[in-house]
Structure formats: structure tokens, C-alpha cells
Design a protein around this ligand. Structure first.
Ligand SMILES: *Cc1c(COP(=O)(O)O)cnc(C)c1O
Length: 388
């Protein structure tokens, strides 16, 4: 029996219960960066079709069921946003932010086989996972209390490395717990001062990359004076209802990956080279992100990001007013870091909680009314009352 776990319930009731659980849990969705905007009705017909953006988005497959032309448009628009050089840019739609990180570190390994990877202790766990998959060596650099990389420690670590070893650095643009932003120009200056000739920098900008860029608050881009690659998640700011992401990098790096193809002359039965982690790739993700960018544009996205930072500021203030510790790493952060609330509250409002801290992430799905309900529940619980 497929649904044995459900005590022999009918498939219909399993689905109905699932939908009820999802919608009611979304009423209390405040503690995680993902959110989903209902899929637009114009896009619904496409869910009946396989959309397979096999391999490199630059090369159309021999078949027609793909959205690569839209993926190229999307990658181009987001590359513009991150100031990638027009003659040296490339990117693709990934299965999520972590695939983008893996891809960035894969490229770095292809360029510099013996490099050590440096990242802060506040980096996302998928960085360590990618390091392990690629069999690299990594050094975790201290972070300050807000979660930003400690540059004195980075300098020391870089200066104490062996000989003329190349380095790979992962900068986090919006750490998972506090949304702290590592300072890329400062990291690049340290690399230069340390006399390092070969360095590769990946920016993990999963949540905060697009909002900071549309708000004009990013102090670096993609290119010779900036980072080598950058990754974002599509189910965070874009609100795609399933995990996906975008990886951006330089065209010249892609060419290096293509050259390590075990057999570059082998006939490709799909007609596409494969400088991507996945071979078959989700064409619906590209379609949804393309559609949302086309409908909103940088201006619409900027208004959306502005609203999020206003809701975050409101949340921070409401919590402070009730006497609960709350702060944000910077004025444009969606994330409000708070002292971990009592377990009774966490049972109703699931929040990521680490080392006595929790956070609320004010994505576009979070409303002031929802924040008010959270604050009211927190107030009740701290006064010893019951949540009914
Ligand atoms: C969410 C997140 C990731 C992982 O991205 P996925 O899309 O979940 O794979 C990596 N880094 C940061 C900073 C994140 O917030």
C-alpha cells in the first residue's frame, strides 16, 4: 500500500489533509527565508508539459520543449543587475542556492587545483558540503557578533598559508542566521595586500543578493574588479513555489569547465554541451523567474524589497516595544534577530533557533498583521498565559 503510513486513508483525504497542513502552517511562516507567491494563472498551462533546459542555456537543444530563450533573457537581466561585463558573462538556472555554490567551487577547483577554500563560520552549511564533495581543504574564518566575516582573521589566515598557493574565498551576502553581509571590496583588498596572485571569489547571495542589488546597496559586481561567481535562490525573494536558483559567472570560466569535459568531441544526443551540475534542468523555474522579472522589472522588485525592509523595521520596533531583544544586521535586512522565544511559542511559530537566538525573516509574504499576531502571542507567553 502506497499510503500505509496514513492508516489506509483514501488518496483524496491524504491530499486534503496535506493541503490543510500546508495552508495552516503558512499562517505561522515567519522564521525561514523561503516564501511562495501563488503561481500566476498565465503560467498554469505550462505545468502540463515537460520543460527541460538540458545542459548549457546558450545552446538550444534539438527538441522544442524547453525555455532556454527565456533563461538566457533572465540570466542577462540579472547579470546586468550585478554589473557583469557584457562580453564575459554566463549563467544558468539551478536547482537552488546550494547548487550555485557547488558550481562556483567546482569552477574554482577547475581553475586552481590546489587552492584552499576560506569562508566564515557564519557561511551556509552547503559551503562545507560542496567543499567535501569536491575534496577540497577549507578554513573557517571567525565572524563578528553580527555574523560578518572577521577581516583581521582572514588576513592572518591568508598570510599564513603555504607558499604561493591560490585561494578561494566564499563571501556570504546575507548570512542565514543574521543576514550579515561580508564586504567583498575589503576581502579583495586583503587578497591584494597579501600579494596573492591567484584568487577566486564566490558570493553566496541566496536571499539578499537581488534585494540589495535593486536597492542599490551592493558595493561590488561580477567581473574583474568583483567576484568570479554569484548564486541566489529562486524560492526566496522571487517567491517561486519550489526550490530553484540562479548561478552567474564569467563566460571565460564556463569555457574552462567545458574543456574538462571527459570527451569534448563526443556527439551529444541532446545537442548541448554540459557545463552545468545537472544535465536535465527545470525549465519551469526559468519560466517563472523570467515572468516575474518581466512583469515587475528592477523598479517593481525595488518596491518589493523596500516594502520588506519596512516590514522588517516595523517588526524590530514592535518587538523592542514589548521589551524583547531584537536587532537587524543592517538597515536593509529582511531578517530580525531575536532572543530565542520560549518553546511554547516555538511550537506554534517554528523559527530557526541557534545558540539562544532565533530570527524572523520578512520576505514579501510576511504581513504586518502576521507580525502583530506573533508579537501578541509572544506577549501572552511571556506573561505566563496560554496560547489557545
Ligand atoms: C538559503 C541559503 C542557501 C542555500 O540555498 P538553497 O536555495 O536552499 O539551496 C545558501 N546560503 C544562504 C546564505 C542561504 O540563505
Amino acid at each position: 500500500m502506497l499510503n500505509d503510513d496514513n492508516g489506509g486513508a483514501s488518496v483524496e483525504s491524504v491530499l486534503a489533509n496535506l493541503l490543510t497542513r500546508i495552508t495552516s502552517s503558512e499562517d505561522h511562516k515567519l522564521g525561514f527565508p523561503g516564501w511562495s507567491k501563488a503561481l500566476e494563472s498565465e503560467l498554469a498551462p505550462f505545468l502540463r508539459h515537460e520543460l527541460n533546459n538540458y545542459g548549457d542555456p546558450v545552446v538550444d537543444p534539438v527538441f522544442g520543449w524547453h525555455t532556454k530563450h527565456l533563461e538566457r533573457d533572465l540570466v542577462d537581466a540579472i547579470s546586468d543587475l550585478f554589473q557583469a561585463p557584457t562580453d564575459d558573462r554566463w549563467g544558468y538556472v539551478t536547482a537552488g542556492g546550494s547548487e550555485g555554490i557547488l558550481h562556483g567551487l567546482w569552477q574554482a577547483r577547475t581553475l586552481y587545483r590546489n587552492a584552499t577554500v576560506y569562508h566564515s563560520v557564519a557561511a551556509h552549511g552547503s559551503v562545507a558540503k560542496a567543499v567535501q564533495i569536491l575534496d577540497r581543504r577549507a578554513v573557517a574564518i571567525q565572524a563578528d557578533y553580527r555574523g560578518e566575516m572577521d577581516y583581521v582573521s582572514l588576513r592572518e589566515a591568508l598570510l599564513s598559508r603555504g607558499g604561493d598557493e591560490p585561494v578561494v574565498i566564499v563571501a556570504t551576502i546575507g548570512t542565514t542566521m543574521t543576514e550579515a553581509v561580508d564586504d567583498v571590496p575589503r576581502i579583495l583588498a586583503i587578497v591584494r595586500e597579501a600579494g596573492i596572485r591567484h584568487a577566486y571569489v564566490h558570493a553566496d547571495a541566496a536571499l539578499a543578493g537581488i534585494p540589495l542589488a535593486v536597492l542599490g546597496r551592493l558595493n561590488f559586481g561580477l567581473g574583474p574588479e568583483g567576484v568570479d561567481s554569484l548564486s541566489i535562490s529562486g524560492h526566496k525573494f522571487f517567491g517561486v513555489p519550489w526550490p530553484c536558483g540562479i548561478l552567474l559567472t564569467r563566460g571565460s570560466h564556463r569555457d574552462r569547465i567545458n574543456r574538462i569535459d571527459p570527451d569534448p568531441d563526443a556527439p551529444r544526443y541532446t545537442g548541448s554541451p554540459e557545463p552545468t551540475v545537472g544535465s536535465s534542468r527545470n525549465g519551469h523555474s526559468a519560466l517563472v523567474m523570467w515572468y516575474r522579472w518581466a512583469m515587475l522589472g528592477a523598479d517593481g522588485m525595488q518596491r518589493l524589497a523596500q516594502t520588506c525592509t519596512e516590514v522588517a523595521a516595523y517588526t524590530e520596533q514592535r518587538l523592542i516595544d514589548t521589551g524583547w531583544d531584537a536587532w537587524r544586521a543592517h538597515p536593509h535586512a529582511f531578517t530580525v534577530v531575536i532572543k530565542a522565544p520560549p518553546d511554547r511559542l516555538l511550537a506554534r511559530w517554528p523559527l530557526a533557533t541557534v545558540d539562544g537566538r532565533s530570527h524572523l525573516v520578512c520576505t514579501p509574504g510576511v504581513t504586518p498583521a502576521q507580525v502583530d499576531r506573533f508579537v501578541a502571542d509572544l506577549h501572552t507567553v511571556t506573561l505566563g498565559g496560554r496560547l489557545d
